[in-house]
Write a new protein. Structure first.
Length: 253
């Protein structure tokens, strides 16, 4: 059985027109602040509207968020761990990922192949569940990376298989050509919806320069953290829980 989900950033509005389909479930990508002050993207899968609200209330308090995710048995992952898309990283961030996150995104169709390979190596080294997704912001890239669970006949069996470690990732990695194409597609659609933005069309000549420089930074970021994390000896040092969490129990509506 094929299943589809959509993981917008801190929103589930894009799922409204898809809820009617039996093979669709609601998910989102949380922008979360780490205790170190850095930001990360966390994928949270198969959620309700109420859970979305609760997740948003906790996304700036990692401890409260982890307590809630664990209590509700929600499946979640740390996404594009070797990417600079959310800014800087600190060494202690990886200690949190290792200790408390059940899954690592190892195939993202907009991350470089080297970043995906490093994430896969990290997942194997830490014995984490590997997942994949397209991270598409334009239709041509939708579904170009995905997660499979052989034999799963419905959503429940899909998540059971993931937790049992029998899932597998497949699909494409990212590239300069692919990202540049998608940015042009987004710009074109924006100009179709808001005609005044056509005045910005001369700036389109800069798009290839920007996407090239983006991947230049991505390579440097990935090399730096791969050398530090993948080459580091295995440790089980627990990160400090430094904030007082909100209650993980949902109140009445």
């Amino acid at each position: 059985m094929k299943l589809v989900t959509l993981t917008d950033h801190d929103s589930i509005e894009g799922a409204e027109q898809l809820r009617q389909h039996a093979d669709f479930f609601v998910s989102e990508e949380l922008t979360c602040k780490m205790p170190s002050g850095t930001e990360v993207h966390i994928g949270v899968y198969d959620i309700t509207d109420r859970q979305h609200q609760q997740l948003q209330q906790r996304r700036n308090d990692l401890v409260a968020l982890l307590m809630y995710l664990t209590e509700r048995r929600l499946f979640f992952s740390i996404n594009h761990v070797f990417s600079s898309v959310t800014g800087r990283r600190e060494r202690e961030d990886f200690a949190w990922f290792q200790e408390y996150f059940p899954a690592v995104e190892t195939r993202n169709s907009h991350m470089l192949e080297s970043a995906n390979q490093r994430a896969a190596q990290l997942a194997k080294q830490w014995d984490k569940i590997a997942i994949g997704g397209s991270d598409a912001h334009a239709l041509p890239s939708a579904g170009t990376a995905y997660t499979e669970v052989p034999g799963a006949r419905d959503k429940e069996e899909f998540f059971e298989g993931l937790r049992a470690g029998i899932g597998r990732v497949a699909g494409e990695s990212g590239s300069f050509r692919k990202l540049t194409r998608d940015v042009f597609v987004i710009a074109y659609e924006m100009m179709r919806e808001k005609s005044w933005t056509a005045l910005l069309s001369p700036l389109g000549a800069l798009i290839p320069v920007i996407t090239y420089w983006n991947y230049h930074d991505e390579r440097a970021f990935g090399r730096r953290w791969a050398a530090e994390i993948l080459g580091a000896p295995e440790t089980r040092k627990h990160p400090r829980w430094i904030s007082v969490p909100q209650s993980a129990v949902e109140g009445s509506i």
